[in-house]
Write a protein that binds this ligand. Structure first.
Ligand code: GDG
Length: 474
């Protein structure tokens, strides 16, 4: 924690998340994993979470592995808890609900029981590792009740919570049978962090009408005799590191790029876990619409969509995959020629070392989720561009990133014509405009990077320990 300075206290950083990223190998997919692993490589601390295996015994043996200055502490879960806590409450109730997909919520009482039980078990297994001056940072919707469980186990340390996904408006949250308990549990944290102003505003709106919490100023609330901070901490990427990756030539990607240059072909790129929140069918339809409206683009534009599998055990994910594959097949069947495949769809994870130069070699970054906490791909696309000849980011207004990345071409992902039109605008944008938009976006992505995010959150978490001595922020 040396680099954080005095503000964050002198203790270790204890990160808790559902799954622990392998600190030795961070080349896998997943926003949280990529963001935090880099940090814990440098500072003393612990990363605690589930070991990822589906066949353990909940509450069973704890594994500790030292990686540099940090310890990875992993615990097992039983098949029943994987089904009910992880696939169930977390990913069949909270994930769809927080992404405004009430139609996909599959609520069962057994899910919530397991969710509570696993959080209690995690708290019991984590407690013996904690030291008095540790700062504890809990991540994401799987672990909302963890602070409450830790407090019951006697933990007095400062605990922060960061939600990586959207926090819905009260109207939507009311659809969760346990909303009151969930929000009460949230208030056991000292700092509650969101990606956007809109998300933070949604919790504040809920509290105003449905709790005894008293708002002191813009970000501080009085809850009993404690002060809780509710604020936005938009996550960033390791922008410099990512930009550097694009310069390490990958031969296969370079050859593909040269081939496209010879043929005079440009590329639209999308990179997303195959999740229904990402708006993938709408994107394919927009590309199809673009081709229908501008037949002159045939054979001169291709769309590459990387969509690695995720949560395949949940039915809704099988459905979106089937829908997507049918669409790709029908659009390609209709438009393709023997020497042109309009859509290339990859349902596998692509190596990060290839991903960065692929983003750089694509003239349009197509990032149009129906809802997204932030969306790191939008930032990666910008960081990957050649500033002299940058591509254009087409970004959904429903991605958290749209709150910051105003110079992108902002679209409504439910409006296929709007997306087709903005794709065309991106493909025909003059160099000057591309440069000026990119310059502003790059400046933002570089300054608000992953380190800035981490430091801002930890400062807020440490801040409160010294709040008596500090003037409160307005
Ligand atoms: C959650 C929130 C929030 C994707 N495919 C491959 C691959 N990726 C990498 C991307 C990016 C990361 O995974 C995905 O991050 P996102 O932010 O786009 O989305 P989620 O996974 O849904 O993340 C999100 C994030 O948490 C952080 O707070 O922004 O809103 O939903 O880094 O590049 N990486 C590799 N191969 C792939 O095929 N190597």
């Amino acid at each position: 924690l040396e680099e954080i300075g005095d503000d964050a206290g002198s203790g270790r950083l204890v990160v808790v998340s559902n799954r622990v990223a392998n600190l030795r190998n961070t080349g896998q997919a997943g926003g949280l994993a990529v963001g935090l692993a880099e940090t814990l490589k440098e500072r003393e601390g612990i990363w605690f979470g589930w070991n990822g295996a589906p066949d353990g015994v909940t509450g069973g043996e704890v594994q500790v592995e030292r990686v540099g200055p940090a310890e990875q502490v992993t615990v097992p879960l039983s098949p029943e808890d994987v089904a009910n806590y992880y696939l169930g409450y977390a990913n069949s109730v909270l994930w769809p609900l927080f992404h405004y997909r009430l139609d996909l919520v599959d609520y069962r009482p057994a899910f919530y029981e397991s969710y509570q039980r696993v959080n209690q078990t995690f708290a019991r297994q984590l407690s013996p590792f904690l030291k008095d001056d540790d700062l504890i940072w809990v991540h994401d919707y799987h672990l909302i009740p963890l602070a409450r469980c830790l407090r019951k186990a006697g933990c007095r340390q400062r605990i922060g919570f960061f939600l990586h996904i959207p926090f819905p408006s009260p109207d939507i949250l009311f659809a969760a049978p346990n909303h009151a308990e969930l929000v009460e549990a949230l208030l056991d944290y000292d700092v509650i962090g969101f990606q956007t102003q809109a998300d933070a505003g949604n919790l504040k709106a809920y509290l105003a009408e449905n709790s005894a919490a008293v708002q002191l100023d813009d970000i501080h609330f009085r809850v009993g005799d404690r002060t809780v901070t509710i604020d936005r901490f938009p996550i960033g990427i390791d922008a410099k590191g990512f930009a550097a990756m694009t310069r390490e030539a990958d031969d296969e990607v370079l050859i593909d790029l040269m081939r496209r240059q010879v043929l005079g072909r440009r590329q639209i790129i999308g990179v997303d876990r195959l999740d229904y929140s990402k708006g993938l069918p709408e994107r394919l339809k927009a590309f199809d619409r673009l081709m229908a409206q501008h037949p002159e683009l045939e054979k001169s534009v291709t769309y590459l969509q990387v969509a690695p599998p995720t949560r395949e055990e949940v039915d809704a994910y099988g459905d979106i995959r089937a829908e997507l594959e049918a669409l790709v097949g029908s659009i390609n069947g209709r438009l393709a020629d023997f020497n042109w495949t309009p859509i290339r769809y990859i349902h596998r994870s692509v190596d990060r070392a290839k991903l960065a130069p692929l983003l750089r070699g694509s003239q349009v970054g197509f990032v149009t989720p129906l809802r997204d906490g932030m969306n790191l791909v939008a930032k990666e696309y910008v960081a990957a561009q050649d500033p002299e000849d940058p591509g254009v980011l087409v970004l959904s207004r429903f991605a958290g990133a749209a709150e910051e990345m105003r110079e992108a071409l902002i679209v409504n992902p439910y409006d296929i014509d709007d997306m087709a039109h903005k794709l065309y605008q991106a493909l025909t944008m003059p160099l000057d405009e591309r440069r000026s938009r990119h310059e502003a976006l790059l400046d933002h992505v570089m300054r608000h990077d992953s380190r800035a995010w981490l430091e801002a959150f930890l400062a807020a978490l440490g801040d409160e320990a010294t709040s008596a001595r500090r003037p409160q922020q307005a």
